[in-house]
Design a protein around this ligand. Structure first.
Ligand code: FAD
Length: 276
């Protein structure tokens, strides 16, 4: 099957983590990703870590997208960072608001990701392809599903080319979101973000933080496996492969894997899907 796939990494914090990520990337490149992206600011990562990993991916001959969050940023700081990315040869950005630890307020000169998208377009024209985030199960801070959908539309109208979703385990939420976006005139590709399930505690922690729902039956099955990581992985592969099959059958324009810097689960899911 031919379908664009992409992989997301976070910048490793240690030399050992960086070495492991290089090995994981090499394995994942065999799947011929359209691009690999690197998160920014999440979990306390720095600009240096993100740009460093992006630079490595480019040097390995693969298209790299830099995530770029604007919370706490100023126009000058964004301008400087865009200049660095341009010089590095980066052609693709994932433009985000980002999150600050609670109690910090928003700060900075950008309130929403749509402000960042508009600024990048005004400053750099069409130099970058811009992706934005979207939330089939609704962003946790949104006033309402309708307001969140409108916020997504605003980001696209500000100049974003396409979107990557937060992960979810309920395909219907994705199809409904795409349909509703279409109804309000948003026709860009919306690529599902796919989270392979490899660890129960990690998945629960992330999902609580980002508002992704783990259906009760998945949560209970995972809990029932306790520390039996082989059963968790085997169940996770079945569930996520089936989800991907539904997404692809329903017309998803690609799959974006949240790899958590690990290759095996994404590779196995793609193998079962007969990708690429
Ligand atoms: P926005 O689109 O600005 O939306 C934030 C909130 O404001 C939403 O509730 C929205 O409904 C609301 N809103 C937007 N515009 C308006 C408006 N005009 N009026 C009223 N309300 C409005 N985080 C990181 O720190 N680093 C990363 O690298 C990173 N990568 C990510 C990649 C993907 C694919 C996804 C899905 C998320 C990623 N995140 C990352 C998490 C993201 O930063 C958080 O979810 C953040 O809380 C929202 O970012 P956003 O860009 O979606 O914000």
């Amino acid at each position: 099957m031919s379908l664009p796939i992409s992989f997301e990494f976070f910048p490793p914090k240690t030399l050992e983590g960086a070495a492991k990520l290089r090995v994981a990337r090499k394995a994942l490149y065999s799947l011929k990703p359209e691009f690999c992206s690197v998160t920014y600011g999440a979990g306390g990562s720095t600009q240096e870590g993100t740009f460093g990993t992006v630079g490595e991916i480019l040097a390995e001959g693969v298209n790299a997208a830099s995530h770029f969050s604007c919370i706490g940023a100023t126009r000058d700081s964004v301008r400087e960072q865009l200049a660095i990315l341009r010089k590095m040869g980066v052609k693709r950005l994932v433009a985000l608001r980002g999150d600050l630890p609670s109690g910090y307020g928003t700060g900075g000169e950008f309130q929403y990701a749509s402000d960042l998208v508009a600024f990048i377009r005004a400053e750099t024209g069409d130099d970058f392809r811009i992706e934005v985030a979207c939330y089939p199960e609704v962003h946790p801070q949104a006033r309402s599903p309708e307001a969140d959908l409108q916020a997504f539309a605003t980001k696209i109208r500000a100049g974003a080319d396409s979107a990557i979703t937060q992960y979810f385990f309920n395909a219907d939420s994705y199809f409904r979101f795409v349909e509703e976006a279409d109804c309000i005139g948003v026709h860009v590709p919306v690529v599902p973000g796919v989270m392979p399930i490899t660890s129960s505690t990690q998945l629960m922690r992330f999902s609580d933080a980002c508002g992704a729902e783990i259906p009760r039956w998945i949560r209970l099955r995972l809990q029932s496996f306790g520390d039996d990581s082989a059963s968790i992985k085997s169940f996770g592969l079945d569930v996520v492969t089936q989800l991907c099959e539904q997404l692809v059958a329903g017309g998803a324009p690609g799959l974006h894997f949240y790899t958590m810097n690990q290759a095996p689960a994404s590779i196995e899911i793609c193998r079962r899907l007969e990708l690429p």
